[in-house]
Design a binder for this molecule. Structure first.
Ligand code: KG4
Ligand code: ZN
Length: 334
C-alpha cells in the first residue's frame, strides 16, 4: 500500500510550525519556533509582532522540516495548513506559504481547523477509535467535541466567556505572576490547600458549556476584600482554590458527557493538558468509569504542525480539497 506523506503548516498564534507526517501517524519532522519570549513583556500575544515573526521564520522552518524529514517536495501527497481560527495576520502567513508550495509543486491543498489539529494530535499517539469525546483546553479554546467517525466534529459544549488558559493567565496576572501564568498557578496549587470557597459555574443542568469569567472575578474580589481587611491569604491557597474549581467543572462535565454519549474513549488536547491537577483527576475519574484516556506528550499538546498534518492526512483520505481561494479565517467554526 502506498504511503501518504503530508506537509503540515501552523501559524495561527505565536508558534511558527512546520511538520512532515507519514500515514497520519508517523512524524518525520516536527519543527516549532516559539515567539513566547517576544510577547512575554507585553503580558500576552501581540498580533502585529506575531505576524512579523511568522514572516521572518516561515521559510527557514519549512526548509528545516523538509530537510529533517528527508523527503523532496515531489514526494509530498499534499499540503495541510491551519486556515482558522486564530489571528488573521498570523494565519495568512501560513496559508500563503502552503499555497505557494501547493501550487508550485502541483499538490493538493487542505485547509485544517486548528481544533481538529489538536484532536488529531491524539491520533499520532494512538490510532483514534470511535465514538470518542475530546476535551480541548488551551489559551484560546475550551471545547467538548464528540466524534462518531473521522473528520466529523460535534461541538457539544464550549466556553461562553474566557478559555481555561485565558482564565489561568488572567488570575496569574492579578497574583503578580509572569505570563503565561498557567504553569505557575499549577505549581503553586500543589503546595497549597483549596481553603477559599470559590464558585463553580455549572450553568443549566443539561448544559456542557463552560464559563470561567465569574470565577476569575471571584478571585479578584476575594483578594480585594482580604486586602481591605488587612488580611493576607497565602498565594498557594488562592492558586489551589482556583485550580480546584476549574478542574472540578472540567472533569465533572467531561465525564457526564461521556456517560450521556456512551463513549468509552476520552482525549485531552491543548496546552492546558500540561496541568498536573487536571491530568490526575481526569485519569482517576476515567479509570473509575472504565474509560480509556489518551493524553499526548506536551510537545503535541501545545501548538505544532504535526497535528495539522495528521488531521490533514485524514481529510486528504476523505477527499477534502481546498482551492486557490483558501484564506485565513479568524472565526472559523469546527
Ligand atoms: O495550547 P497552548 O499552548 O496555546 C494556545 O492557546 O493555543 O496553550 C497555552 C495556554 C496558556 O494559557 C497557558 O497558561 C496554559 O495553556 N497552560 C497551563 C499550564 N501549562 C500551560 N494552564 C494550566 N496549567 C498548566 N500547567
Ligand atoms: Zn492551539
Amino acid at each position: 500500500e502506498k504511503n501518504i506523506i503530508i506537509l503540515g503548516i501552523e501559524t495561527s498564534c505565536d508558534e511558527t510550525a512546520v511538520a512532515v507526517v507519514k500515514n497520519g501517524r508517523e512524524i518525520l519532522s516536527n519543527i516549532v519556533s516559539s515567539q513566547m519570549e517576544s510577547h512575554k513583556r507585553f503580558g500576552g500575544v501581540v498580533p502585529e509582532i506575531a505576524s512579523r515573526h511568522h514572516v521572518e521564520q516561515i521559510t527557514t522552518i519549512l526548509e528545516e522540516a523538509m530537510e529533517e524529514a528527508n523527503v523532496s517536495f515531489d514526494e509530498l501527497d499534499g499540503i495541510a495548513v491551519t486556515e482558522g481560527p486564530g489571528l488573521v495576520g498570523a494565519l495568512l502567513i501560513g496559508v500563503n506559504a502552503a499555497k505557494a508550495v501547493a501550487f508550485t509543486q502541483n499538490k493538493p491543498l487542505i485547509g485544517v481547523h486548528h481544533i481538529a489539529g489538536h484532536i488529531y494530535a491524539n491520533h499520532i499517539v494512538e490510532e483514534l477509535t470511535f465514538p470518542l469525546l475530546t476535551l480541548v483546553v488551551s489559551g484560546g479554546h475550551t471545547e467538548l467535541v464528540y466524534m462518531e467517525e473521522h473528520g466529523v466534529f460535534h461541538v457539544i459544549g464550549e466556553t461562553r466567556d474566557d478559555a481555561v488558559g485565558e482564565a489561568y493567565d488572567k488570575v496569574a496576572r492579578t497574583l503578580g505572576l509572569p505570563y503565561p501564568g498557567g504553569p505557575h498557578i499549577d505549581r503553586l496549587s500543589q503546595e497549597g490547600e483549596p481553603t477559599i470557597p470559590l464558585p463553580r459555574a455549572w450553568l443549566e443542568p443539561n448544559s456542557f458549556d463552560f464559563s470561567f469569567s465569574g470565577l476569575k472575578s471571584a478571585v479578584i474580589n476575594t483578594l480585594h476584600n482580604a486586602k481591605q481587611r488587612g488580611e493576607e491569604i497565602p498565594v498557594e491557597n488562592i492558586a489551589a482554590s482556583f485550580q480546584d474549581s476549574v478542574i472540578d467543572v472540567l472533569v465533572t462535565k467531561t465525564l457526564k458527557a461521556a456517560e450521556e454519549k456512551k463513549v468509552d474513549r476520552i482525549l485531552l488536547a491543548g496546552g492546558v493538558a500540561a496541568n498536573k491537577g487536571l491530568r490526575e483527576q481526569l485519569s482517576t475519574k476515567c479509570e473509575e468509569a472504565g474509560i480509556k484516556l489518551t493524553i499526548p506528550p506536551m510537545s503535541l499538546c501545545t501548538d505544532n504542525a504535526a497535528m495539522i498534518a495528521s488531521a490533514g492526512t485524514i481529510f486528504y483520505e476523505l477527499g477534502y480539497r481546498s482551492n486557490d481561494q483558501l484564506n485565513g479565517q479568524p472565526g472559523l467554526e469546527l
